[in-house]
Each structure stands twice: as structure tokens, then as C-alpha cells.
Design a protein around this ligand. Structure first.
Ligand code: FE2
Ligand code: FE2
Length: 166
């Protein structure tokens, strides 16, 4: 049986993953309105991944005989002004998520909940990848320095992104 505090933290994390999915859908939608289908595709896949993260936590809570409490999800930012602004916001958001995941890992260790500690390691690794992917794209956008044909090539590159293996 899972400890109440840890259960509450995973429930909060579940809602943060759903929020992330909504935020990335808003970003995907923004890029579609700008006719940047590759950037839109990237965030569409990000949103799908966030749903998958949420569902891993949903399933885990049930597996350990805990309870999922479905609450409200705040509306994400929906107005954006540039490609770089979107990616920088996404990176800032992922850094918050990383801190949140780390706090669950620490709380799990503090109360000797080794099952949750083990479960959360997948997310620790995932956050390294999420932050690194965004940083790489931000570097490429900065290198393009507003050059339309370079940004077009980046758009085409992101259009080739495949869904991640679970
Ligand atoms: Fe996530
Ligand atoms: Fe990922």
C-alpha cells in the first residue's frame, strides 16, 4: 500500500503530465497556424508522449493499490510570438517537470518507498532526454538566426521525427 504523501505527489505529477500534453498541443496548434508543419508535428508527438507519461503514472497508482484522483488542469499558455519563444518556454517547462520528478524520487527515498523510487527512474532518464532534445533544437534555431531557408530545413527535419519507443 502506497503512503498517502507519495500517492498525492504522483497524482499531482499525473496532472502535470496532462498539463504538459495540453501545453504542447497549444504549441502544435500555433505552428499549424504559421504553416510550419514540422514544428507542429514535433509538438504533436510531444503531446502524445506526455499522455503516455500520465498513463504510466495512472497505471502505477492502480498497480500499488493506490487511488487516482482526477482533478482540474489549468489552461496552458496559448499565444506565442516566435519559434524560439515556443522552444524556450517548452524547455523552461521541462525543467520544472524535472524538479517535480526529482522531488518525488527524494520523497520516495525518505520514506523507504523503493517501489516508487524504482518506478520513477524511467522518468529521471526521460527528463534528461527531453531537456537535451529541446536544447539541441534551440541551438539550431539560434544558428539559423532568422534565416528562412535554414528554418525551412529545420522544419523538414522535425517533420521526420518518429514516435519514441516506450
Ligand atoms: Fe512528461
Ligand atoms: Fe521523450
Amino acid at each position: 500500500m502506497i503512503n498517502d504523501r507519495i500517492q498525492e505527489m504522483i497524482n499531482e505529477q499525473f496532472h502535470k503530465e496532462l498539463y504538459s500534453a495540453h501545453l504542447y498541443l497549444a504549441m502544435s496548434s500555433y505552428f499549424l497556424t504559421q504553416d510550419l508543419d514540422g514544428f507542429a508535428h514535433f509538438f504533436r508527438l510531444q503531446a502524445d508522449e506526455e499522455m503516455m507519461h500520465a498513463m504510466k503514472q495512472f497505471d502505477y497508482l492502480h498497480e500499488v493499490d493506490g487511488q487516482v484522483t482526477i482533478g482540474t488542469i489549468p489552461a496552458p499558455e496559448t499565444s506565442f510570438n516566435s519559434i524560439i519563444e515556443v522552444f524556450e518556454l517548452a524547455l523552461e517547462h521541462e525543467k520544472l517537470v524535472t524538479r517535480s520528478i526529482n522531488s518525488i524520487v527524494k520523497a520516495a527515498l525518505d520514506c523507504s518507498d523503493f517501489a516508487t523510487h524504482g518506478f520513477m527512474q524511467w522518468f529521471v532518464q526521460e527528463q534528461i532526454e527531453e531537456e537535451s532534445t529541446l536544447r539541441t533544437i534551440i541551438a539550431k534555431i539560434k544558428l539559423a538566426d532568422g534565416n528562412k531557408s535554414t528554418l525551412y530545413l529545420l522544419n523538414e527535419e522535425l517533420l521526420q521525427r518518429q514516435p519514441e519507443e516506450e
